[in-house]
Write a protein that binds this ligand. Structure first.
Ligand code: NAP
Length: 243
């Protein structure tokens, strides 16, 4: 259908996912983004990507719903016949101290941030195995490496993504499919806009600023397109956090 590489980015309508979509589009990839409900943001992102002269489409589905994932991935594969880059990026927070954490808060975060990667990656890997090429990047977090009070659910999901990344790298390397993760620190997006105690967080960051979504996108583009010999790694994009 086309010669461009095809990149699928979940949660690509806003924040880090949007910056990744734009960065991969600048590199010449056709872009498929997924989002949960904010159609206005998704449409705006698609317009910005198309202005870069690549194909771009948005699919609205809930990454934590296996049936919705399978239905939509089947449509995407039918249309594009290949997926070269998969970025499992969609994510949410439902923070609370462990002692107060409800089952719903636990399950929402595990389903959206971790089980989603299992659902998405399964059908995509089948296509990548046939093409004998693929780059998968999972968006984890520094809290998946170091833990964080008030985020037992989120840090468990993000730590799970790291195990997922390293295991798949071992299973799929022989098929020329690389699997890596980026672990952002504090990045300025909607997810972090209501944080208080900013000065306390800045003390932990060597570069003394929050990162931008573009800072993370540059790392994802590097792992996806600029290297052929890195797999199973977790790249911390955190301005040098000392936790
Ligand atoms: P964000 O600005 O809140 O954007 C979240 C994106 O995920 C949106 O596109 C949203 O779609 C989508 N999404 C949420 N739930 C979904 C679902 N169930 N199904 C499909 N799409 C869904 O978040 P962000 O800050 O860019 O974070 C992106 C990723 O980076 C997340 O995995 C997050 O955990 C991780 N991360 C962020 C930071 C940070 O400091 N911001 C640090 C470390 C890791 P709608 O627009 O439709 O809502």
């Amino acid at each position: 259908m086309q010669d461009n590489k095809v990149a699928l980015i979940t949660g690509g309508s806003r924040g880090i996912g949007k910056a990744i979509a734009l960065k991969l589009a600048q590199a010449g990839c056709d872009i498929v983004i997924n989002y949960a409900g904010n159609t206005e943001a998704a449409n705006k992102t698609i317009e910005e990507i198309k202005a870069l002269n690549v194909n771009a489409e948005a699919y609205k589905f809930d990454v934590s719903n296996k049936d919705e994932v399978n239905e939509n991935i089947a449509k995407i594969i039918e249309k594009y016949q290949r997926i070269d880059v998969l970025v499992n990026n969609a994510g949410i927070t439902r923070d609370d101290l462990f002692i107060r954490m409800t089952d719903d808060k636990w399950l929402d975060v595990i389903n959206t941030n971790l089980n989603s990667a299992f659902y998405l990656t399964k059908p995509v890997v089948k296509v990548m195995m046939k093409q004998r090429f693929g780059a998968i990047i999972n968006t984890t977090s520094v809290v998946g490496v170091y833990g964080n009070a008030g985020q037992a659910n989120y840090s468990s999901a993000k730590a799970g993504l790291i195990g997922f990344t390293k295991s798949l790298a071992k299973e799929l390397g022989g098929r020329n499919i690389r699997v890596n993760a980026v672990a952002p620190g504090f990045i300025s997006t909607d997810m972090t806009k209501n944080l208080t105690n900013i000065d306390e967080y800045l003390k932990l960051i060597s570069l003394k600023r929050f990162g931008t979504a573009e800072d993370v996108a540059a790392a994802v583009k590097f792992l996806a397109l600029d290297t052929d010999y890195i797999t199973g790694q977790v790249l911390e994009v955190d301005g040098g956090m000392v936790i």
